[in-house]
Write a protein that binds this ligand. Structure first.
Ligand SMILES: Cc1cc2nc3c(=O)[nH]c(=O)nc-3n(C[C@H](O)[C@H](O)[C@H](O)COP(=O)(O)OP(=O)(O)OC[C@H]3O[C@@H](n4cnc5c(N)ncnc54)[C@H](O)[C@@H]3O)c2cc1C
Length: 309
């Protein structure tokens, strides 16, 4: 079970220094995080939207340690919104944010700071016809995330959030969100969670994913299927059909760099397909989660290090 080991390593400063400095890291990182600045990322946004895809943009950098860094994160998103406005692509490109990056994890007052920082981003997004989705981080952060989501939805009902099938709590969260008409991205879950709060076995997580997806499809909200799993994608299509949903009443989402042909296939079939695209310089946490999801990624990374070393 390499995944949990990699996720544990992702919290180590020593590993961060080692991996960030490795000579081949950059070229492997580029597969998942294709740029550091807005300028790097604009050609990708233009290319993908021209291919009929939609995007959700993530400025990476969850490991902030000061309120100033949290405000800088807010400003990075505001700069992205300005750029989307210039490109007139607001309706095709939304944003995903991690509240930790907006200050949520900074101790007392972190919740309020994150809300204060994310609100202007949500307002700016709405002004150009798009929206923001709050990513789900580890389980200790979720009550705060859902409270911020409820608060933002009072003025901006399109604000989305993410739920993770591996958590026991998610079936109840899904019922609440499906009843109140939320936009909800369902994912399996990417963090290292203890057995007291989360399923540990792949088959249990997959079964939970289907149960939760059924609730979302039968509910009042807008389901966003965040998965690359071919079996879950065909189950989602069948559940959408049974629930009588039209193609614009749900969407598929996948990560940049993973199953790119499938992005295009689903879009060509007439589905809404959104590519989660991360960029920025503080890519370590995001990159390590991608390594943990597929041990072959780690083997490739290690082989590249050995052959260059
Ligand atoms: C749009 C989107 C947003 C997400 N947001 C969040 C979030 O907010 N919070 C959170 O906890 N998690 C998030 N995740 C990650 C998610 O929880 C899973 O860890 C990830 O999607 C892998 O699960 P899977 O459903 O693709 O199924 P898996 O069974 O893991 O993968 C199915 C197949 O997809 C391919 N694949 C999957 N991952 C990789 C990879 N890293 N590299 C190469 N191939 C791969 C492989 O072919 C694999 O066999 C998000 C995922 C997506 C797609």
């Amino acid at each position: 079970m390499l995944g949990p080991v990699i996720l544990a390593a992702s919290r180590s400063d020593r590993m961060r220094r080692l991996i960030s400095a490795a000579p081949v890291t950059k070229q492997v990182v580029d597969r998942f995080i294709p740029g550091e600045t807005v300028d790097d990322i604009v050609p990708i946004i233009e290319e993908r939207t021209a291919q009929g895809l939609e995007l959700t943009m993530d400025v990476v950098g969850e490991d902030i340690t000061t309120p100033d860094e949290a405000r800088a994160a807010r400003d990075a998103y505001l700069a992205l919104v300005d750029r989307l406005a210039e490109l007139e692509l607001g309706e095709r490109v939304e944003m995903s944010v991690k509240l930790s990056m907006f200050g949520q994890a900074l101790g007392d007052g972190g919740h309020e700071l994150a809300l204060a920082n994310v609100r202007p981003v949500v307002e700016a997004a709405a002004a150009i016809g798009t929206t923001v989705t709050l990513d789900a981080e580890d389980h200790t952060t979720l009550d705060s995330m859902f409270a911020i989501h409820d608060e933002l939805r009072k003025d901006f009902p399109q604000t989305g959030c993410v739920i993770q099938a591996y958590l026991f709590r998610t079936e109840a969260d899904a019922r609440r969100l499906a009843a109140n008409g939320s936009r909800v991205r369902l994912v399996k879950g990417a963090y290292k969670e203890p057995a007291e709060v989360a399923y540990q076995q792949k088959h249990e997580i997959d079964k939970a994913y289907v149960r939760v997806l059924r609730t979302l499809m039968e509910g009042e909200g807008y389901p966003m299927i965040g998965s690359h799993d071919p079996r879950l994608i065909s189950i989602a299509q069948e559940l959408a059909r049974r629930a009588g949903r039209k193609p614009d009443e749900y969407e598929f989402q996948m990560l940049y760099g993973i199953r790119g042909d499938e992005h295009l296939r689903l879009a060509a079939e007439g589905h809404r397909m959104r590519v989660y695209t991360a960029y920025g310089t503080d890519w370590y946490g995001y990159f390590m989660r991608r390594l943990a999801e597929k041990p072959a990624n780690l083997r490739f990374f290690v082989r590249s290090m050995i052959s260059k070393g």
